[in-house]
Design a protein around this ligand. Structure first.
Ligand SMILES: Nc1ncnc2c1ncn2[C@@H]1O[C@H](COP(=O)(O)OP(=O)(O)O)[C@@H](O)[C@H]1O
Ligand SMILES: [Mg+2]
Length: 600
């Protein structure tokens, strides 16, 4: 799974819209956000007061009639109280912000997940699972850290910069002049460096993404790699990517590491200037050249305060470009998350959509044409009829459109033209949920979830009894295998758990299908990918599964197909032959040559 932070930069991002929308989440937690703002202001105000008291204490030490101890102590005490209270408040603030961001993140994750549940199957056909997962985890995490750290940081920075400026203005107007020179230098320098460093970090995550992607590809192909004996080549290629990633890492970190000392140097330089200039002003104030009350007059405490405020002032200014960057990545993460939330859900059922009750199982596909995209038509004018209990087999080369027919039956997609009827009712007029429940599907890709064997079978009908589950397993001829497992029906199926073969997995999904009392059955290449002995076993299980149901069967093996009531031969989306086995053999066309090639 490669994480790409910059996919969105192709389109101009609506930063304002995203900010407002994120702001909406924050405001929805106003009972946390309002105290957070108040605490931020208070905590910063208190911390800004500190230097005042330390300055006053210094002035009292230097008082004309010797050290004025009572004033010194009271100012020192106030200073300590201010700093302590500020620290306490920022601790409470941090806790509040963690709560705030957690609530928002929780809400966002739930919204995304609920959204995913309403999206049509087509969305998942066109969006890689890895990307979707990275939106739920990585992107939402990015938003999380921005909300919990950077938001307060911004408020703090602004308050500190403005507050320090006001205090410094009150202490000595001439000394502020120094910043007119130093601040632009440090801002320009930071921006210059960040401009240089940021692409290096981007390159770094790109290289890491490539490395991960390569590793993932190789791991999933371990079997083939070993079979072809390509380990050496593979590991050499991996080393090369690994080195690239190392280089990119070093370059990014090295240049970033340079930034900090340089900025520090500039800051310290400006503080030295403040001290020197302050010292000179102080000297002339002492010997009476600058009268008390004049703009140039400054006390020793004043100089000390000024130095402290200038430190406070410089910090956030240098941080600012970093924070801006954090916000940028949070915005692009939010954009990707919002894009999912804005996806079109599967359209609602039509107003007059009927419930489907006591389905007999007559299915009719009537002159249906369909394309996944307007440019490319996949199915062209397909018609076929299956009365209740009949079997329709669909035969044809890979890519002919067989699975597409199934997608339309299940209403994962709807036809462009033509109608599909169930018990004579057009499927668009039936509630989707009812329609889908009327079908049971067994597909080529078995889907078992992390859970016990029992849970996986009972998924076919949640209210089934234990006896029914066992009967289903018996019907699927998988009962003796399940009983031989260490925990029988309670054995947990997981990636690294017991070794269940592909065929056995398929039999478990067939058992699941047995439980469902749906009147219609879809088998899409359910016996591919298994060995021929298991195939015979699965075949027997499927034959009894098919009994009494209207079936649509796609299979490689023509022996499965022979007994179908209607065989539909599809090529490039068109029905080229249609009829029973005997009729098609007599016809001597595509089907008959296919049949003869398999059984000659
Ligand atoms: N979700 C999709 N989006 C766009 N094209 C698709 C999608 N699914 C399948 N196709 C295309 O539709 C054609 C028919 O596919 P499919 O019905 O799966 O064939 P079959 O099951 O007969 O092998 C293929 O050309 C395939 O590339
Ligand atoms: Mg297919």
């Amino acid at each position: 799974m490669t994480k790409n932070n910059n996919t969105s930069s192709a389109k101009k991002r609506d930063n304002k819209g995203i900010m407002l929308r994120l702001g909406g989440y924050v405001v929805s937690q106003w009972h946390l956000f309002v105290p957070a703002v108040i605490f931020t202001l208070l905590s910063n105000q208190l911390s800004l007061m500190g230097p005042r008291y330390s300055g006053a204490a210094l002035d009292a030490i230097e008082a004309a009639g010797g050290v004025d101890f009572p004033t010194v102590w009271s100012n020192v005490a106030r200073m300590i109280i201010c700093y302590a209270a500020s620290a306490l408040l920022s601790y409470v603030l941090a806790v509040i912000m963690i709560h705030l961001s957690q609530r928002i993140i929780y809400k966002m994750r739930r919204q995304v997940f609920e959204k995913l549940n309403t999206l049509p199957v087509g969305y998942f056909d066109t969006h890689p699972t890895g990307d979707i997962i990275s939106h739920i985890s990585y992107d939402i995490d990015t938003i999380n850290s921005t909300l919990s750290h950077d938001l307060v940081q911004v408020m703090t920075s602004v308050y500190t910069v403005v507050g320090s400026l006001i205090f410094m203005w009150q202490i000595s107007k001439p000394m502020i002049l120094i910043f007119v020179f130093t601040v632009p230098v440090s801002i320009l320098f930071t921006r210059y460096r960040s401009k240089k460093v940021r692409p290096l970090f981007r390159a770094r995550s790109k290289k890491y993404g490539e490395l991960n992607g390569y590793a993932e590809e190789m791991l999933s192909g371990a079997r083939s790699i070993e079979a072809y004996g390509r380990q050496d080549v593979i590991s050499e290629r991996f080393s090369r990517r690994n080195e690239d990633a190392m280089d990119a890492y070093y370059k990014a970190e090295y240049n970033a590491a340079l930034l900090f000392p340089s900025i520090n140097l500039i800051n310290n330089f400006s503080i030295a200037m403040v001290a020197i200039f302050g010292g000179i002003l102080y000297m002339y104030s002492q010997n009476g050249t600058f009268a008390a009350g004049s703009m140039l007059f400054i006390s020793l405490g004043g100089v000390a305060q000024f130095v402290q405020y200038s430190r406070k002032f410089a910090g956030p200014i240098n941080e600012f470009s970093n924070i801006l960057h954090e916000f940028q990545s949070a915005f692009s993460a939010a954009e990707r998350v919002f894009r999912i939330l804005d996806e079109e859900s599967e359209p609602r059922d039509a107003e007059d959509a009927a419930e489907l009750k006591n389905v007999k199982g007559d299915v009719e596909i009537d002159s249906v044409s369909f394309g996944y995209t307007p440019e490319k038509q996949i199915l062209k004018n397909i018609s076929v009829k299956a009365s209740a209990g009949q079997t329709v087999a669909i035969v044809g080369p890979t890519g002919a459109g067989k699975t597409t027919v199934i997608n339309l039956l299940m209403r994962f997609y709807d036809p462009d033209t033509g109608v599909i009827r169930i018990d004579l009712v057009p499927s668009l007029k039936i509630k989707r949920a009812d329609l889908r429940l009327a079908y049971t599907m067994v597909l080529q890709d078995t889907w078992l979830f992390h859970g016990t064997v029992y849970e996986n079978i009972v998924y076919g009908r949640e209210n089934a009894t234990e006896d029914e589950v066992k009967a289903a397993a018996r019907a699927a001829k998988i009962d003796s295998f399940i009983e031989s497992l260490p925990d029988g029906y309670n054995t947990v199926l997981s990636d690294d758990g017991v070794n269940v073969s592909k065929g056995q997995k398929q039999l478990i999904t067939i058992a699941r299908a047995f439980l469902s009392d749906a009147p219609m059955l879809i088998l899409d290449e359910a016996t591919s990918n298994v060995d021929s002995r298991t195939e015979i076993q699965i075949q027997e299980a499927m034959d009894s599964l098919m009994r009494g149901r209207t079936c649509f069967v796609i299979a490689h093996r023509l022996s499965t197909i022979k007994n179908a009531d209607t065989i539909l031969v599809v090529k490039d989306g068109t029905v080229i032959e249609q009829g029973s086995h005997d009729e098609l053999i007599r016809l001597g066309g595509f089907y008959s040559s296919l049949y003869n090639s398999q059984f000659s």
